[in-house]
Design a protein around this ligand. Structure first.
Ligand SMILES: *[C@@H]1O[C@H](CO)[C@@H](O)[C@H](O)[C@H]1NC(C)=O
Ligand SMILES: *[C@@H]1O[C@H](CO)[C@@H](O)[C@H](O)[C@H]1NC(C)=O
Ligand SMILES: *[C@@H]1O[C@H](CO)[C@@H](O)[C@H](O)[C@H]1NC(C)=O
Length: 339
């Protein structure tokens, strides 16, 4: 594996590659925030067919939130051996998977971590646990069902720098990629973090991902059954502006419906939209959607997902860990960004 495009990207000035930040200020609405007395860290989210949001957090239960309601996210299920959760993905409109375990230090006790498959009918708040598959790694983070075969899940393991293939038919977990190029480093303790594919018919045989520690958004080929074809290399598609640190790192991401642009949670307080260049081999252009100066601040953004707002317009939902500028835990937020 090589950084094929690193030289090219290394030549970019440390300003925006393609013009100034978005001239239109997005409207940011804080839908909910935990209070400093109960400062739950929100980690990830998924939009449901009925427009509710499933939330993973560093708390013992799966949460569900109805946009438009002013009430706190409701704890709806506590999975076995879990004090915290990370990745969440859908296998069908009513079947989901979430990784969780007992939080220890920067990750989990590997003897407790599992991916839990559950069903949740449209409109229901009563999940049914289907099965739990042990995933004995310290920090499975981003989680994604393969578009061509949702029996297979991919998990980004952030502490060992691995990509895991989880076969939910045979309950087997295999490392399909382990590389220094997706590992943590001295700048940041999280390596590979968010996983994504272009949606629907835009799927192009590539797995896209962020590597927090190394400040890039990249991709690698993935087969229809979730293996990396021999000879495949990691391609770096966009490099973060500035020096990577805990307060300057790419986190989770979501493609828009065209599959040509991807929104990336940019820790601590920003969101960037990366767009594919017209000419292959060029870096993806970067448009700062949230630059951290807005009236409603994102306190340590962890994930973004596109969804439908009232009236059906496209909005971006974001979760935050609830960390203020001094890194004090003040309570995770759920935020809507009107694009
Ligand atoms: C889910 O429920 C919502 C209303 O709550 C409805 O509009 C939608 O069509 C339902 N979706 C499916 C797939 O049943
Ligand atoms: C809970 O974790 C323990 C190890 O700490 C393990 O032996 C046990 O099988 C786990 N239980 C479940 C239901 O995953
Ligand atoms: C999907 O993956 C499962 C588990 O590896 C496998 O048994 C099944 O044959 C695959 N289905 C298709 C349609 O490829």
């Amino acid at each position: 594996m090589q950084f094929r495009h690193l030289t090219l990207l290394g030549a970019l000035p440390l300003t925006l590659a393609h013009g100034p930040p978005s001239p239109s200020t997005p409207q940011i609405t804080q839908l909910f925030a935990y209070p400093p007395t109960n400062p739950i860290f929100l980690e990830n989210l998924l939009t449901l067919p009925d427009s509710r949001l499933l939330l993973s957090s560093f708390s013992p239960s799966l949460l569900v939130y109805s946009p438009g309601s002013s009430t706190a996210p409701a704890p709806i299920f506590t999975f076995p051996n879990s004090t915290a959760y990370t990745g969440i993905t859908s296998l069908s409109p009513t079947t989901f998977a979430i990784t969780g375990g007992i939080q220890v230090g920067l990750g989990f006790d590997p003897s407790t971590i599992a991916v839990h498959l559950f069903s949740l009918p449209n409109g229901s708040s009563n999940p049914t646990l289907i099965k739990s598959i042990p995933v004995p790694f310290p920090l499975p983070n981003g989680l994604l069902a393969l578009p061509c075969n949702k029996t297979v899940l991919l998990a980004a393991e952030s502490l060992t720098g691995s990509l895991l293939r989880i076969d939910t038919a045979t309950n087997t977990v295999t490392t399909i990629l382990q590389s220094a190029l997706i590992a943590p480093n001295q700048n940041f303790f999280l390596g590979i973090n968010g996983l994504a594919v272009r949606p629907g018919r835009h799927f192009d045989g590539y797995l896209y991902f962020t590597v927090s520690s190394q400040g890039y958004f990249g991709r690698i080929r993935i087969s229809s059954q979730g293996y990396i074809p021999a000879g495949s290399e990691i391609e770096v598609l966009a490099q973060i502006q500035g020096q990577v640190s805990g307060g300057n790192a790419f986190d989770d991401l979501d493609f828009d419906h065209t599959g040509r642009s991807v929104y990336v949670a940019w820790q601590g307080r920003r969101v960037v939209k990366l767009t594919e260049p017209k000419t292959a081999g060029q870096p993806w252009s970067q448009q700062v959607i949230v630059d951290g100066t807005e009236a409603v601040g994102l306190k340590g953004v962890t994930a973004v997902k596109l969804g439908k707002g009232r009236g059906g317009n496209r909005v971006l939902f974001a979760t935050t860990g609830g960390l203020d500028e001094t890194n004090t835990q003040v309570g995770g937020q759920l935020v809507r960004i009107d694009l």
